[in-house]
Design a binder for this molecule. Structure first.
Ligand code: BG6
Length: 477
């Protein structure tokens, strides 16, 4: 089923996501030979009435410097304009796809249709209905139709479940690829290998040895230009409920039976279902000063642009170990990392004056790295100790090895039909169950964000919460 004609249809082709992420990812796959011009055709669909060339000109600048390759790639793209809620546009789209299939297919070839919804979530239900009605793959020899959707998948448990039910009536779960692009990042994909292929970690990865886990996302810019979208969602829906929670699953889950996607996702669901209800005292919210100056943000907005939330997992491995999820916009730096902090050494004979604890840090970005902070003897004649690191920096260790963009990898997975790095329906539900009560309290104004300075580390209360959760700050970090 993996040969024959492949049509990739980008809906919302003139939008930001398509321009900045989807088309560049497709281009990189093409450049590396994963999308073969004899098989592949790309369709852009959107409401704007523009020509093929106008679309190509809009995206050209986002692709790359090799002008000739870029031009060849752009020739694979055809644009179809139409609305999202009437059939004629989708019928036209179907006609175009079918024509291409007829021209590309040998008699035994199958046809594969990949629909990428780079669209605002409000139109997902209608667009899915239209695809189902007008644009399904018609060949029955191994062809398929797959749908790729992006968060936000709903705004809370109820709306997400409604959306899932609606889409679930139209498509099988195996046809649905819910993207969380953090699952496509190199060091996120490395987590299972790290945990389950290394004897070092197996015996240590539990409540007996680990004091706390931090999963942190920071950006050093605000919501510039996206205030309207952002204000409806806030940092918890934008980052924590999806990206950081997915990472938590991979850090905390039990070993799957095998690498079969369903086994992995089964284990992730179990972690989510073991998370205890969030207590008020485990939450600090923030909003940066000036956020409400954005004309698209309401003057009275209560939306957090920063949050620290401590989650507790009620199971044998993790009882008592706080998982601290922290995300913020307009902070002092841009970084995403996981920090696993170990407990103090019992019966310390070195009196190392709390120089620091063992900590294992996985830096997703920028500059992928893993390092272990540990105590060593200070080199020299004296017997004293010092904090040092075992450091695996990807830039040095894997010099010249390109690290693929998350979207590139995930789109390739959708073509191959591998759902391991996509969010299953029950996973999504369990994730919303954790955060919905808190989100409703914030939406109702029952919890207020603290103001913080843009460019700062966020509200000081967040550091206090971290300390309360057992995190010991060591100097220099
Ligand atoms: C998106 C959020 O999902 O992730 C954005 O909507 C955020 O607000 C982005 O900026 C961060 O992604 P990355 O890959 O740049 O860390």
């Amino acid at each position: 089923s993996e040969s024959g004609c492949l049509s990739i249809i980008v809906l919302g082709a003139s939008g930001d996501l398509a321009k900045k992420k989807t088309f560049p990812a497709l281009y990189h796959l093409y450049r590396q030979g994963f999308l073969h011009p004899d098989e592949v055709h790309i369709f852009g669909y959107a409401r704007t009435r523009i020509s093929d060339d106008e679309l190509r000109d809009r995206i050209r600048g986002y692709l790359g410097k090799e002008a000739e390759v870029v031009s060849k790639f752009l020739q694979l793209i055809k644009y179809v304009s139409g609305s999202y809620d009437t059939e004629d546009g989708f019928q036209l789209l179907d006609k175009e796809i079918s024509q291409h299939e007829v021209s590309k297919n040998s008699a035994e070839g199958s046809s594969r249709r990949l629909f990428y919804l780079a669209l605002p979530p409000s139109v997902y239900p209608t667009v899915c209905r239209m695809i189902r009605k007008c644009c399904m793959n018609k060949s029955d020899n191994g062809g398929w139709t797959r749908i790729v959707i992006e968060k936000p998948f709903g705004k809370d448990l109820e709306s997400a479940e409604n959306l899932s039910a609606h889409i679930g009536e139209l498509f099988e779960e195996a046809q649905l690829f819910r993207i969380d692009h953090y699952l496509g990042k190199e060091l996120v994909q490395n987590l299972l290998v790290l945990r389950f292929a290394n004897r070092f970690f197996l015996p240590l990865w539990n409540r007996d040895n680990i004091s706390n886990v931090q999963i942190v996302f920071r950006e050093n810019f605000g919501t510039e230009g996206r205030g309207g979208y952002f204000d409806e969602y806030g940092i918890i829906r934008d980052i924590i409920q999806n990206h950081l929670l997915q990472i938590l699953c991979l850090v905390a889950m039990e070993k799957p039976v095998s690498l079969k996607p369903e086994y992995i996702r089964d284990e992730k669901v179990k972690v989510l279902q073991s998370v205890l209800p969030i207590r008020d005292e485990d939450v600090v919210l923030g909003q940066y000063e000036g956020y409400r100056d954005d004309p698209t943000v309401p003057d009275q907005s209560n939306t957090p642009t920063f949050a620290t939330v401590v989650l507790r997992i009620h199971n044998e491995r993790w009882e008592g170990v706080p998982f601290i999820l922290k995300a913020g916009k307009a902070l002092h730096s841009s970084k995403a990392e996981i920090r696993v902090q170990f407990k103090d050494v019992p019966g310390d004979i070195f009196k190392c004056q709390k120089q620091g604890r063992n900590e294992f840090v996985i830096r997703l970005q920028p500059s992928e790295a893993m390092y272990m902070k540990l105590t060593v003897k200070q080199p020299g004649l004296e017997m004293s100790t010092v904090q040092s690191e075992l450091d695996l920096s990807y830039m040095q260790r894997y010099q010249g090895v390109p690290i693929p963009e998350a979207y590139e990898r995930l789109i390739l997975d959708t073509i191959r039909g591998d759902q391991q790095h996509f969010v299953r329906r029950d996973e999504l539900k369990a994730a919303w169950e954790i955060f919905t009560p808190l989100l409703h309290r914030i939406d109702n104004g029952e919890m207020k964000p603290k103001e913080y300075q843009p460019g700062s580390r966020g509200p000081v209360e967040a550091d206090e919460l971290l300390a309360k959760a057992g995190y010991v700050q060591t100097h220099g970090y």
